[in-house]
Design a protein around this ligand. Structure first.
Ligand SMILES: CC(C)(COP(=O)(O)OP(=O)(O)OC[C@H]1O[C@@H](n2cnc3c(N)ncnc32)[C@H](O)[C@@H]1OP(=O)(O)O)[C@@H](O)C(=O)NCCC(=O)NCCS
Length: 142
């Protein structure tokens, strides 16, 4: 795995164990600008006709320029091309901006995986002054 892609994967998810696990089961898509990799997302098949975006990241100096939205739209197209009827994504209770972004693109909240980050991450994580505890599950019907 290219170091730059791995850095991006860890930007979205600090658990090397989880990243290694889903990368081995999924497919990584990258976006480049002038031959530099500036973003990635990972898709895995979770259930029949269901695909999940398990990781998405844009290189820090390229964030907030619309690239994340473009990658999510690309993931929706890819999922449709694979014959999926549902595309899922999960994010932390503390990931306020990501929650807004996913809902702007049509994802709806379907549930909460309570204590996910307490169970699967060794160190406490804080974002926006909020402890990252639960995973908010979202999905879009394709
Ligand atoms: C989450 C992430 C992939 C989004 O990509 P991005 O390129 O920064 O996002 P975009 O520029 O496409 O922004 C999309 C929307 O969010 C808004 N937005 C962008 N930056 C923002 C910020 N800092 N705060 C609040 N809203 C913001 C934009 O206004 C835009 O909405 P609009 O088109 O309606 O105006 C990117 O920020 C990232 O890699 N973050 C670190 C890793 C991560 O958190 N991954 C997701 C884990 S669940």
């Amino acid at each position: 795995m290219n170091d730059l892609i791995y850095e991006l994967l860890l930007l979205a998810d600090p658990s090397e164990k989880l990243v290694n696990d889903y990368v081995s089961r999924g497919r990584v898509f990258t976006a480049s600008y002038c031959d530099v990799i500036v973003g990635e997302y990972v898709l895995i098949h979770t259930r029949p006709e269901t695909i999940e975006i398990v990781n998405i990241a844009i290189k820090e100096d390229y964030q907030s320029k619309g690239l994340g939205k473009l990658l999510l739209k690309d993931a929706i197209k890819k999922a449709l091309a694979y014959g999926a009827k549902i595309l899922e994504i999960g994010t932390a209770n503390s990931s306020i901006f990501q929650l807004a972004l996913y809902q702007k693109l049509g994802f709806r909240i379907t549930g909460i995986d309570k204590d996910f980050f307490l169970k699967h991450y060794d160190e406490p994580i804080y974002e926006n002054g909020i402890q990252c505890l639960d995973m908010i599950r979202l999905q879009i019907e394709l």
